[in-house]
Design a protein around this ligand. Structure first.
Ligand SMILES: Cc1ncc(COP(=O)(O)O)c(C=O)c1O
Length: 477
């Protein structure tokens, strides 16, 4: 029988905090009848967000095209959706059950290119687009392709979404963490980037790429135009490829903040040297179609022979799933004014985005009223990365600990705090250590996806819990 010792050590090393022991305990408590508020993962439809009608109408017609011949089809479905389903079948006559080209159905790749061109006012090439099973598979493909040996390093943000650290471990590379600047709305800081890369090079690591998440998970920050320009300049000077994770591009709420794609900024800078991999997904935004596993990777400044290898890499998996490809098509080519389905689409979209904005504001505002807790009110994405303080442990001299010991100690404190929060209140959040952070600070990440009344309840319960927990801790210490 296979034992754990026989498994790939890279797999044993990889960690994925957002589905760790706290979630397992939450599921166990739920089975025992406790009400759990799941704030651990950005899975909108698991938290009562309804799917957009036009996406599901299209998928249902394509899954069962006989419906298109039904005499009542135009009563059941908007005319434009029926017409579009016929159009898809014209371009892809084999339907949902057949493999597609490795990079995805060509007319959907063309629609993605048109979406990028319209979004950014720049040219985009359908042959530089690869449809993927969610953004995760695109990110993993890029890391796998760029990783030649164990010393190859990927700069990743700290705190980060653990897909990055886990994939780098899994494929046997090296992560080079760069701290985001909490004092400056979690933007990237050039001084910190230089410090991180210099230290890595001194340790014999060969940096190959920098990953940037914008808008940020877990920080909820939206990067400024100046910040993105700085990152592109930094990547150029150090010969790095850029991996731009832009899955939250539709999720920008704060007044004055705007999403700027790396593709657009590179085009404006006339940057032709730095290779860009950018990622988008149907899982976030207002679609929230996480289960359909759709997304794309766009490549810029890519040589033909490199592109051919990346396409070959996709062909090893045959192709991405076709329902995900269709969902991606619906994301990039939604109903237009004049279409029968437009009004419903616009209403559903507006309701979801408005509700996310309201919940981000309530969560941020109310958490900042709790003594010993602070958070940057999320500007975008679906998360808040909350900083909290606990009374110091009696007899524990943190000043004599080295950075590793201190982090281990703080990880333990954060985990105990989040586990107690779950046991007492049913609120399921992720300890900050799962995303990384500087020694000397305590954090947890929460989403603001549950319905508004649950968010209001959540902050009330959190306040009560925090007051009780810190009082008990001070008595113990
Ligand atoms: C920053 C970021 N990138 C990628 C993903 C993965 O998304 P997908 O469902 O498209 O694989 C997530 C999911 O939460 C995310 O937060």
């Amino acid at each position: 029988m296979v034992t754990k010792e026989l498994l790939n050590p890279n797999l044993l090393r990889a960690e994925y905090a957002v589905r760790g022991p706290i979630l397992q305990r939450a599921q166990h408590l739920e089975e025992q009848g406790k009400k759990i508020i799941y704030c651990n993962i950005g899975n909108p439809q698991a938290l009562s967000q309804a799917p957009l009608s036009y996406v599901r109408q299209m998928l249902s017609l394509l899954e069962y095209p006989e419906l298109l011949e039904h005499p009542q089809s135009l009563k059941l479905y908007p005319k434009d959706i029926v017409e579009r389903a016929l159009l898809v079948l014209k371009h892809h006559p084999h339907g949902m059950g057949a493999y597609t080209q490795s990079s995805g159905i060509p007319f959907i790749r063309r629609a993605v290119a048109e979406f990028i061109a319209k979004r950014d006012g720049i040219p985009a090439n359908k042959d530089h687009i690869i449809l993927t099973d969610g953004a995760s598979k695109g990110v993993q493909a890029a890391i796998l392709a760029l990783l030649k040996n164990r010393n190859d390093g990927f700069l990743i943000p700290i705190p980060q979404y653990p897909l990055y650290s886990a994939t780098i471990s899994l494929y046997g590379g090296t992560q080079i963490g760069y701290f985001l600047d909490e004092e400056n709305h979690w933007q990237l800081n050039e001084g910190i980037l230089i410090e991180s890369i210099t230290k890595a090079i001194q340790e014999g690591i060969h940096p190959v790429a920098i990953a940037v998440i914008n808008p940020g998970n877990p920080t909820g920050a939206v990067l400024t135009l100046e910040n993105i320009r700085m990152i592109i300049g930094f990547a150029k000077r150090h010969g790095l490829a850029i991996m731009a994770d832009e899955v939250y591009q539709e999720n920008v709420y704060a007044t004055g903040c705007k999403f700027h794609s790396f593709a657009k900024v590179m085009h404006e800078l006339d940057e032709r040297d730095v290779t860009l991999f950018s990622f988008h997904s149907v899982s976030k935004g207002f679609l929230g179609e996480c289960g359909h596993r759709g997304g794309y990777m766009e490549l810029r400044n890519i040589r033909d022979d490199v592109l051919a290898q990346l396409v070959k890499q996709q062909s090893i998996n045959l192709c991405s799933n076709v329902a995900g490809q269709i969902a991606t098509y619906m994301m990039v080519a939604p109903p237009q004014p004049g279409d029968e389905s437009f009004e419903t689409y616009a209403k559903e979209r507006e309701q979801i985005l408005r509700s996310l904005k309201t919940k981000a504001e309530i969560l941020g505002r109310e958490i900042n009223k709790i003594e010993g807790m602070s958070v940057d009110v999320p500007q975008g994405a679906m998360y808040a990365f909350v900083k909290f303080e606990l009374p110091s442990d009696a007899g524990m001299d943190t000043s004599s600990m080295n950075a590793g010991e201190r982090r281990a100690y703080e990880t333990k404190r954060e985990t105990e705090y989040c586990m107690s929060l779950l046991e007492e209140t049913g609120i399921c959040v992720v300890p900050g250590s799962g995303f990384g952070q500087p020694a000397g600070t305590l954090h947890f990440r929460t989403t603001f996806l549950p319905p508004q009344d649950e968010i209001e309840d959540l902050v009330r319960k959190l306040k009560k819990f925090h007051e009780r927990y810190t009082k008990a801790e001070s008595i113990v210490s």
